[in-house]
Write a protein of this length. Structure first.
Length: 145
């Protein structure tokens, strides 16, 4: 359900799109890495749509070889609007198809976080995308190198 709030101050009009629900629902695996986390690719988030998105994302594995996506302690995005979803992507733009994106999960909070992935991440996924499906807007992306 898309909720739109309109504020009118003559002669200006502000429209704020609320991101309350995403079309897809996914459980976030809250397992922590076993032993040390080894980063293989990383990138800094680029803010989109005035969401205040900052921080780093890293793809890597734990001591047992399990793949994880990691957000650093300085990660921040605008969460007061509702649900923001994490995708791995083949570009800096979200595309809703299995060849171009892979759903990771929902961001539960700002700051450091690990997201256990269900399988090794193919090299074709070069970006982390933060997306609000309800408002159909990106909150930011991080190119992974």
């Amino acid at each position: 359900m898309k909720k739109i709030i309109v504020f009118a101050f003559l002669p200006l009009l502000f429209i704020v799109a609320s991101c309350k629900e995403d079309a897809e629902t996914v459980a976030v695996d809250t397992d922590q890495p076993s032993g040390s986390f080894t980063s293989q690719r990383m990138g800094s988030f680029m803010e989109q749509n005035s969401t205040g998105t900052t921080g780093i994302a890293e793809l890597g594995t734990d001591a047992e070889g399990a793949p994880f996506l990691y957000f650093g302690p300085n990660f921040k995005t605008d969460l007061h609007t509702g649900t923001v979803t994490i995708y791995l992507s083949t570009s800096d733009m979200y595309k809703a198809d299995a060849n171009s994106s892979k759903l990771v999960g929902i961001i539960p909070k700002n700051g450091e976080g690990y997201y256990k992935l269900d399988a090794d991440v193919p090299a074709k996924f070069t970006h982390v995308i933060l997306w609000c499906a309800t408002a159909s807007i990106p909150f930011g992306y991080a190119p992974l190198q």
